[in-house]
Design a protein around this ligand. Structure first.
Ligand code: NDP
Length: 340
């Protein structure tokens, strides 16, 4: 069994000691978009003593970048002035901005770094096709922007998935690793994947794991309220106390089974004996179906159609989610708990 698992776990994981920053020391890095990820990555790269400029549209983010001491240019201008560009604008507009402002200003052997694999993995649908004379790489943080910055500052680092899609210069992998180190991710661990694997994993978490967990939560709430338990107590018990997020943090840091030691013997015995009741939940087939839809590009095609129509159906879906019974209870309970 152990041998079989070892045979499956073949991904390269890079740490600080594996990388020396050499090539990117004398390069200009253009951070395109100064939002959640953009600001965090720009500050980290600058603190790693690299030369960073910003490309942004005229807006409050531009003012913030200037206030943070960066030189800010238009996206086209920043691309012209850079050797490496970090694409950190929202995924939905990357194709358009790329074709209009970035592609015309690319030079041979420039490097384009993405923070997610989606637009390249499904490029026949998203229409984002970098020319073949540039390197295309990815450092995709498994962390929100604020965390990318905070864990750089406290020396903890953050996990990321890294990949080379196109190696025009012959140095793409080395540049990828150097950028990963400068961003702070090799402090924790940069795991090598492909763009496609990163995109599929991300979508699977959002479309299968997340919703399945949501169903576990809403069924638990329904079951307990129908049995007459006070909704205020039910909501706090199941997730509002924040205890769950501590448990999940411990699962990540200590291990799923090991963290059980932090719970009472009653809790341990109850979970281990009753856990078996849920083993045959009909989840696998639904998860596999969800995964196939992602892998085949069916989801990406549907999402591209929705975006073309101005994302109207996303608005409708969000409105109907507000009518879900959990939301109605939450409104009242959050007020009573003085959370709103
Ligand atoms: P944000 O929405 O926070 O910021 C995007 C930046 O792009 C802002 O400066 C924004 O300015 C600018 N922008 C928005 N619209 C346009 C436009 N039409 N033309 C030019 N610039 C525009 O994005 P994120 O930081 O969340 O995401 C950036 C990338 O990082 C994405 O690829 C995402 O998948 C990836 N990523 C994000 C994570 C996260 O936690 N947020 C985690 C890991 C990866 P303004 O809003 O003023 O228009």
């Amino acid at each position: 069994m152990e041998k079989k698992i070892v045979e499956k776990c073949t991904a390269n994981i890079y740490f600080d000691k594996d990388v020396e920053i050499k090539i990117i020391k004398n390069k200009t890095i253009g951070v395109i978009g100064y939002g959640n990820q953009g600001r965090a990555e720009a500050l980290n790269l600058r603190d790693s003593e690299l030369n960073v400029i910003i490309g942004n549209i005229e807006d409050d983010y531009k003012k913030l970048a200037e206030k943070d001491g960066f030189k800010v240019y238009s996206i086209a201008e920043a691309t012209k002035k850079s050797d490496i560009i970090m694409i950190l604008i929202p995924d939905e507009i990357q194709g358009e901005v790329f074709n209009q402002d970035i592609i015309p200003n690319l030079r041979k052997n420039m490097v384009i770094n993405f923070a997610t694999g989606y637009n390249i993995a499904f490029q026949d649908i998203t229409n984002l096709k970098p020319p073949d004379f540039v390197d295309v790489i990815m450092v995709a943080p498994r962390m929100i922007g604020v965390g990318v910055r905070e864990t750089y500052l406290n020396g903890e680092g953050f996990y990321s998935f890294i990949a080379v899609y196109q190696d025009a210069s012959g140095n793409a992998k080395q540049i990828l690793l150097e950028l990963a180190k400068a961003l702070g991710t090799t402090k924790k661990g940069a795991i090598e994947t492909t763009f496609y694997q990163e995109a599929v994993l991300d979508l699977f978490t959002e479309q299968a794991f997340g919703p399945a967990f949501g169903q576990v939560l809403s069924n638990s709430i329904k079951c307990l309220i129908e049995a007459g338990y006070p909704p205020e107590a039910v909501f706090v018990e199941l997730y509002m106390s924040g205890e769950l997020s501590f448990t999940i943090k411990e699962m990540a840091e200590t291990g799923i089974i090991k963290q059980m030691d932090f719970h009472s013997p009653t809790s341990q015995y109850g979970s281990l004996t009753r856990g078996a009741n849920f083993i045959d939940l009909p989840l696998m087939e639904k998860m596999q179906r969800g995964l196939k839809q992602i892998e085949s590009g069916k989801f990406a095609k549907e999402w591209a159609r929705v975006q073309k129509k101005g994302m109207k159906s996303l608005g409708t879906l969000k409105e109907s989610a507000k009518k879900y019974f959990i939301n109605s209870y939450e409104k009242i309970i959050r007020k009573k708990l003085k959370l709103d």
